[in-house]
Design a binder for this molecule. Structure first.
Ligand SMILES: Cc1cc2nc3c(=O)[nH]c(=O)nc-3n(C[C@H](O)[C@H](O)[C@H](O)COP(=O)(O)OP(=O)(O)OC[C@H]3O[C@@H](n4cnc5c(N)ncnc54)[C@H](O)[C@@H]3O)c2cc1C
Length: 428
């Protein structure tokens, strides 16, 4: 009697889940079900370009079904997993379906985290999904339209203020791109307002922005942003977020019609179903082979993992780490036998980079630290080659090249705009 294939359930078609499925594609020993709540794989590193109207949403996403079309042993389903039963070896979806498994890979990523202040979510714009990016774009572009209509100077000033909380790579990239948008691309588009007067304020609680980089790179990033007109406020702690208002620890406040939260993430809440200890952000420290303590059949991969390399360095929550974890699990499952000793995961750090407006970036890889145009070129090259699927690469490259040459990004259409009177998005 032939042995039935091993039922592998993968939750999440992001960097980790997709890599794991791709590495096991067409291996007949595995019957794989990959479940994602969306129908697309999203290249999150370029979300900020969608948020700042440089790229359209579809440029940075691709259908998971399409990517895995040739993987005959992989079934792709769009469902949102709401519960996992580690004892019964099954997961339940929002559709009501129950998915039984022999092995499970939980690769459901992270969500925006508010350090225990979930009530701030209602007054801020996060940046984790395509919908988030489109919401930021819609809000900022609509605020400019409303400012063009307004005759009240105080209202105009508020509409023309974008506050970004969090001076990590996402905050820095957003701030630089917004500055480019209003100083270059939108420059001659409005008649009553001067878009160059849009205040972009980057707020960071600690001493330095881009803290993970070298101190001189952090300083360089700050100087570049200030040259672009961004107000960088270091050592500034937010104590409360209200509708259109930020309160700070020193007692001052700031009115901003767009408040973007780029200060933190928390693991997907599904980690709580596994019944093992989690850190404050909901992340789990797996065994060195990436399995869950007490559950050798459940693996964790990507942003919901908290672990250190054997050399003691923290494995960062970045796309290459997620990809490497997905590949590690696939390799381990392929080699699995009754007497095999599972290998430990070891993250190979290829470096990190952040873009600071057009033409400038910082990059750190081992002992190599680059900044300026050369780092920007490296960033451009790496991000394009990393994108999933040739069709996307080509269209993104052409779109970028066009916008770069003419300073004229095309993705400026406001879909489902907020009503002029209230600034709220109407229900359709
Ligand atoms: C704005 C931004 C910029 C970034 N920039 C960079 C960068 O420049 N370089 C870099 O290396 N990294 C960057 N990152 C981080 C990088 O994107 C993540 O580390 C990476 O996406 C993690 O991969 P993952 O597979 O763990 O999760 P994800 O890629 O987030 O995938 C998780 C998947 O799970 C699905 N999912 C979630 N919950 C459920 C559920 N309940 N049921 C079913 N499916 C579910 C989601 O739809 C998603 O497709 C950035 C992240 C953001 C948000």
């Amino acid at each position: 009697m032939p042995t039935p294939p091993h039922q592998l359930l993968i939750i999440g078609g992001g960097f980790a889940g997709l890599e794991c499925a791709s590495k096991l594609a067409n291996d007949e020993r595995f019957a794989i079900t990959l479940i994602d709540r969306t129908n697309h794989h999203l290249f999150q590193p370029l979300l900020y370009q969608v948020a700042t109207a440089s790229l359209a949403g579809p440029d940075i996403a691709r259908s998971i079904r399409q990517i895995l079309a040739d993987a005959k042993n992989v079934t792709v389903l769009m469902d949102e997993i709401t519960a996992i039963d580690p004892t019964g070896k099954s997961a339940t979806g929002l559709s009501g379906s129950v998915y039984a498994y022999d092995s499970l890979v939980l690769a459901a990523g992270a969500r925006t985290g508010y350090f225990g202040h979930d009530e701030w979510a209602a007054h801020t714009l996060g940046l984790k999904s395509l919908a988030d990016a489109q919401n930021i774009r819609r809000t900022v572009l609509s605020n400019l339209e409303r400012a063009e209509l307004s005759t009240d100077p105080a209202e105009r000033a508020k509409l023309m203020t974008v506050a970004i909380i969090g001076g990590g790579p996402t905050g820095v990239e957003l701030a630089g791109a917004f500055a480019d948008l209003v100083h270059r691309s939108l420059k001659s588009n409005f008649r009553r307002i001067d878009t160059a007067k849009l205040r972009v304020i980057l707020i960071e609680g600690s001493e330095l922005i881009l803290e993970a980089y070298e101190p001189d790179q952090s300083l360089y990033a700050r100087q570049r942003l200030e040259k672009l007109g961004v107000e960088v406020r270091n050592n500034t702690r937010v104590t409360c977020v209200r509708e259109g208002v930020l309160d700070f620890k020193d007692g001052s406040s700031l009115e901003a019609a767009a408040i973007i939260w780029a200060a933190g993430i928390a693991a997907n809440p599904l980690t709580a179903c596994l019944g093992v200890p989690m850190d404050r952000g909901g992340r789990i420290t797996p065994n060195p082979d990436l399995s869950v303590p007490g559950h050798p059949e459940i693996f964790l991969a990507g942003d919901l993992v908290s672990m250190k390399n054997p050399d003691g360095k923290i494995v960062p929550g970045v796309a290459p780490a997620a990809v490497q974890m997905g590949a590690h699990i696939a390799k381990l499952l392929k080699a699995e036998g009754p007497a095999t000793v599972r290998p430990s995961f070891h993250y190979h750090d290829k470096g990190m980079m952040a873009i600071i407006g057009k033409n400038y970036a910082v990059m750190k890889s081992g002992n190599i630290c680059l900044q300026g145009f050369i780092a920007w070129l490296a960033w451009l090259f790496i991000h394009i080659t990393f994108l999933v699927g040739f069709r996307n690469k080509l269209s993104v490259l052409l779109g970028w090249a066009y916008a770069y040459i003419v300073n004229n990004p095309e993705a400026r259409i406001i879909v489902n705009p907020p009503t002029v009177a209230t600034g709220k998005v109407p229900l359709t």
